[in-house]
Design a binder for this molecule. Structure first.
Ligand code: DAH
Length: 349
């Protein structure tokens, strides 16, 4: 029996030292020390021993059990320690590595330009308003002194949805909407940025969808000189204090008189070059004194109230300001183009 116990000890210890993982150790424990394990079954035979032999064999059996248990425990600790070290090794962070760059977005150039113009006019006491892109024929045309069949409607090729509904061709309908809102009794000072739509074939200077900013100032005693001063302030703050403006006579059905505004060419300072087509001037926007019919239709007494209005294209402003040669750049979203302008006002880089 002693021999059996000794064999068990040697066999078990050999297996423990070979065990490669915790599962194997657990199996060894069950095989030798478990209820049906070999040590237990040897001990069951102790009843056959003599009185004198029993304590001796009992002590040996205890020693064997203790030895195996101790060995298994030590091996378990060693394996757990090794597993922990491996895990730490695998998860090691090199805190000295440089960080991976995170791409930061920025405002689109068009957004920056619109915000810059908004800020400028807010500073002059204007409010920023919006109007619907799906507009009625009435607000887009009739309320602006363009009755049905008026030849000037052809100036703006229109996407019609029904006979009475269309995609607005300009932001001017917001003039009529705002005046209606103030009901003919209060002064109006507003600008309205927004998308507009025209049945144009896209090329370097045309797009079937683009943006405009409308401006309107209605009060008692508003004069042409107010328009000129406002536009001069606008031109200088957008393009630089050294830029001059000039107003040329023009025609729009909703203003009388109507003007187009040019700014002096930055490249040649007025001498004439290819940028300004040798005229020394670059056209920027249209405007004029609000037509009495437009005031009256919106509920303002044109004997008492006068006003000026203007409309401009932020794309064109941006193109002139940054030397961009194709309006399609604003809409094709090539990141190489877009990210160049993240430093513009409103950008984050
Ligand atoms: N709505 C005109 C257009 O899209 C631009 C314009 C001209 C707006 C004169 C105005 C204005 O308010 O007074 O061509």
């Amino acid at each position: 029996m002693k021999e059996q116990l000794e064999n068990i000890r040697q066999e078990a210890l050999a297996k423990v030292s070979e065990a490669a993982d915790l599962k194997e150790l657990q199996d060894i424990k069950v095989t030798y020390l478990g209820k049906k394990g070999s040590l237990t079954s040897v001990l069951r035979g102790m009843g056959n021993l003599s009185k004198e032999e029993r304590p001796v064999v009992g002590e040996i059996a205890n020693n064997v059990r203790e030895a195996i248990t101790k060995e298994i425990d030590e091996k378990t600790d060693a394996l757990e320690q090794a597993a922990l070290e491996e895990k730490l090794e695998n998860e090691a962070l090199d805190v000295t590595l440089p960080g991976r760059p995170v791409q930061v977005g920025g405002a689109h150039l068009l957004t920056s330009i619109i915000e810059e113009i908004e800020d400028l006019f807010i500073g002059m006491g204007y409010e920023v308003r919006e109007g619907p892109e799906v507009e009625t024929d009435y607000f887009n045309f009739e309320a602006l002194n363009l009755p049905k069949g008026h030849p000037a409607r052809d100036m703006q090729d229109t996407f019609y949805i029904t006979n009475e509904l269309l995609l607005r061709t300009h932001t001017s309908p917001v003039q009529a909407r705002t005046m209606q809102h103030y009901g003919g009794t209060q002064p109006v000072r507003m600008i309205c940025p927004g998308k507009v739509y025209r049945r144009d074939t896209d090329d370097a200077t045309h797009s079937h969808q683009f943006t405009q900013i409308e401006g309107l100032y209605v009060d008692k005693n508003v004069r042409m000189s107010d328009l000129k001063g406002t536009l001069d302030n606008f031109a200088k703050s957008m393009f630089g204090d050294d830029r001059e403006i000039r107003l040329r006579p023009s025609f729009f059905p909703f203003t009388e008189p109507s003007v187009e505004m040019d700014i002096s060419c930055k490249v040649c300072k007025g001498d004439g070059c290819s940028v300004c087509k040798h005229s020394g001037w670059i056209e920027i926007l249209g405007g004029g004194m609000v037509h009495p019919n437009v005031l009256e239709m919106a509920g303002y007494d044109s004997e008492e109230y006068t006003g000026f209005a203007f409309g401009m294209g932020p794309e064109r402003i941006a193109m002139l300001k940054y030397g961009i040669d194709d309006i399609r750049h604003f809409y094709t979203n090539d990141k190489r183009f877009i990210t160049q302008y993240h430093h513009a006002k409103g950008g984050t880089l």
